[in-house]
Design a protein around this ligand. Structure first.
Ligand code: F6P
Length: 317
């Protein structure tokens, strides 16, 4: 068996670990693995190379991806079908292992199925926002990265009290990272794009936190609409100084956590097994602690919003 690995959309910590584990399993079974450059855009330009464990083993614990990615919708083009199938044939590729987020996994596997190209998708995004799976590869590492920042912020907040600290996470237009980190860090408030709040409530909550704990910690997701106004509005409404930390893309390229390494291992095992069994289309998902290959379209699932009870708990509602 010869598998082509393609990474599409935002990279996430854990991709290299999964590629390494997949290659180990392939090698043990006499299978071959190659990698595409620049997602399907690169594959359509014939940018395909053989992959060995020596290529990825040394960086298995590093964020990013040894195979570059793209957000370009290369398979949407009319000529893509014939070009892709010809290239796969020329390289004797039997199937594809595809890394990607919700956009990639709802669009590409159904398209490849129509074209008769076997594919297994791996939900990969720090945002944890792929419908149908409780967990995406990279989410845990991104949360771990945020804790390092939060711990640093809290150390100075305790040493020099009387101030409000806001830590902004990535997450696109979702708040899964922010809510999980706020829960784990014991933040005084969490703001996510999915739920509204009033400025008056926030000001009151932060003043209360300063009074009781000496400082206030807010974790918020980058998709919260009022972020540009915060630096001026919060001090004006509370009479308290605000210090703002934005994690930005550094959060996406952080070190791979233990949980993501295990997830990578388990996903690689299942994906390799599924491809060997000849499954023609599927996505590796985790539901209620159970990992499986879902052989239908993940479009069948709806994305649930961040846990409302946890959101209410952090915010003291
Ligand atoms: O991949 C998800 C994500 O990292 C989001 O958290 C973030 O909003 C977005 O990608 C950033 O995208 P880009 O790398 O294209 O700026």
């Amino acid at each position: 068996m010869r598998t082509l690995i393609v990474v599409n959309g935002g990279d996430a910590p854990g991709i290299n670990a999964l590629i390494a584990r997949f290659i180990s399993m392939a090698n043990r079974n006499g299978d071959e693995v190659c990698g595409g450059n620049a997602g399907f855009a690169g594959v359509l330009r014939d940018e395909i190379r053989p992959l060995s464990l020596a290529d990825v083993g040394p960086v298995a614990g590093h964020g990013g991806s040894i195979l570059t990615s793209t957000r370009e919708p290369a398979l949407a083009k009319d000529e893509a079908r014939d070009r892709l199938t010809a290239i796969l044939k020329r390289h004797s590729i039997d199937n594809i292992l595809l890394f990607g987020g919700n956009g990639t996994l709802t669009y590409i596997p159904p398209r490849l199925r129509q074209w008769g190209v076997p594919v297994i998708g791996i939900p990969t995004t720090i945002d944890n926002d792929v419908a149908g799976t409780d967990r995406t590869l990279g989410f845990d590492s991104a949360c771990n990265y945020a804790y390092q920042a939060v711990e640093g912020v809290l150390a100075t907040a305790r040493a020099l009290p009387g101030r409000i600290f806001m830590v902004e996470t990535l997450g696109g237009d979702t708040g899964y990272i922010a809510l999980d980190v706020a829960m784990g860090a014991g933040a005084h408030a969490v703001l996510v794009p999915e739920y509204d709040y009033s400025d008056e409530w926030l000001a009151h909550r932060l003043r209360d936190a300063i009074e009781s704990d000496g400082h206030a910690l807010v974790v918020l997701s980058e998709g919260v609409k009022k972020i540009p106004q915060m630096p001026e509005m919060i001090p004006r409404m509370t009479g308290v100084r605000l210090r703002y930390t934005r994690l930005g893309h550094a959060q996406r390229g952080g070190t791979v956590s233990h949980a993501d390494r295990r997830l990578a291992m388990d996903m690689a095992r299942l994906a390799h097994h599924a491809l060997r069994r000849g499954i023609t289309s599927g996505t590796v998902i985790v539901r209620n602690g159970q990992m499986m290959v879902y052989e239908d379209d993940i479009q069948n699932f709806e994305l649930s919003p961040p846990n409302r009870a946890e959101y209410d708990f952090v915010n003291g509602f």
